[in-house]
Design a protein around this ligand. Structure first.
Ligand code: ADP
Ligand code: MG
Length: 249
């Protein structure tokens, strides 16, 4: 049975600039994301993907409509709902291990326990050899893996990722996609992943939420009915690619 995790109804966000100019960033968003689901938000720049995900993680507040998580409105950021940013958000003065421990310690976990959990998580993402390096000593792909490890170590019930692999080369990106899927299959966290890469969305998501701009809205939701791991060269995959590309014409 599917349990709704995030429910949006008539959700709207309007930004007002200092000069009083309004931007209707998103409007009329009706959407249910179920617990344990992996969804991708896809759409052109400016269609409100970031705005939508920021409201879901409590950094921005809706100006109309309703947004419920676990049946309740979102008053602000929640330590059980984690956002991974494109620029990783790592502390340069902490080691890889120290960065992963930080997430756990800030949730009140005892130091010794945090160390064990952090080491286990680094093992899961193959980062043990880099545990004692600092962020500037490792590649950008590894930095993003540290950010993912730090987020998943705390076993959040919700994971938000806003174009997390945007600055990462194509090869590393494929590996990270596989890794995030593997972790999701183990942890069954609900994942809301923003990308403007259609292939990435088809590779990852159970449902792709296509957004359109001016004003930002949901244009169409496509179920991706493929088993994991997905073969990007398979005819069914390329058929989804065709379907999604056509939406943008
Ligand atoms: P996306 O992530 O899809 O590129 P955004 O959510 O960043 O879209 O932006 C949606 C619209 O809202 C854009 O027109 C953008 O200029 C505007 N916008 C985003 N953030 C702000 C803000 N803090 N203040 C004013 N306008 C904003
Ligand atoms: Mg954005």
């Amino acid at each position: 049975m599917s349990i709704p995790k995030i429910v949006a109804a008539g959700l709207e966000k309007r930004y007002r600039s200092a000069r009083g100019v309004d931007t209707l960033a998103v409007t009329g968003i009706d959407l249910t994301i179920n617990a344990g689901e992996f969804v991708c938000l896809v759409g052109p720049s400016g269609c409100g993907k970031t705005t939508l995900i920021q409201m879901m993680c409590g950094f921005e507040h809706p100006t109309a409509g309703r947004l419920l998580i676990d049946g309740a409105p979102v008053p602000g950021p929640n330590p059980d709902h984690i956002m991974i940013f494109q620029d990783y958000g790592l502390f340069p003065w902490r080691t890889v291990l120290g960065n992963v421990e930080f997430g756990l310690e800030s949730q009140g976990m005892a130091k010794a326990e945090a160390r064990v959990r952090a080491q286990e998580t680094l093992e899961l993402v193959g980062l043990c050899p880099a545990a004692h390096k600092h962020p500037h000593e490792i590649s950008s792909g590894m930095r993003q893996r540290v950010a993912i490890a730090r987020a998943l170590a705390v076993e959040p019930s919700l994971l938000f990722m806003d174009e997390p692999f945007g600055a990462i080369d194509a090869f590393t990106r494929l590996r990270l996609q596989d890794e995030i899927l593997r972790l999701w299959e183990v942890k069954r966290t609900t994942v809301v992943f923003v990308t403007h890469d259609l292939d990435e969305a088809i590779a990852l998501a159970q449902r792709v939420i296509l957004m359109a701009s001016s004003p930002g809205r949901v244009q169409r939701i496509v179920d991706i009915d493929l088993t994991y791991p997905r073969d990007r060269t398979h005819a069914d995959f390329t058929e989804y690619r065709r379907v999604l590309f056509e939406e943008f014409h």
